[in-house]
Write a protein that binds this ligand. Structure first.
Ligand SMILES: [Zn+2]
Length: 73
């Protein structure tokens, strides 16, 4: 069986002690480096979307899913 699958991931990192932030694709890695260099606590929020099928028009919008996740937290 062939199934169209698409996966995307976004990350949002922020330091708990200074203004440092990152939203790039490698945010997880550079957040670890920021912690290693400074000793600051760094938080990384990850969002991963997996879509089965190729009907993008039927998928909920990014803002909709983010709002649902934030309400659930
Ligand atoms: Zn910091």
């Amino acid at each position: 069986m062939t199934r169209a699958t698409m996966s995307t991931a976004t990350a949002r990192a922020a330091c708990g002690r200074c203004p440092w932030t990152a939203t790039t694709a490698n945010a997880l890695a550079i957040a670890a480096l920021h912690h290693d260099r400074t000793g600051h606590p760094v938080h990384v929020d990850l969002h991963r979307r997996v879509t089965y099928g190729d009907s993008a028009a039927d998928a909920p919008g990014q803002e909709s899913l983010t709002a649902q996740l934030e309400e659930a937290a």
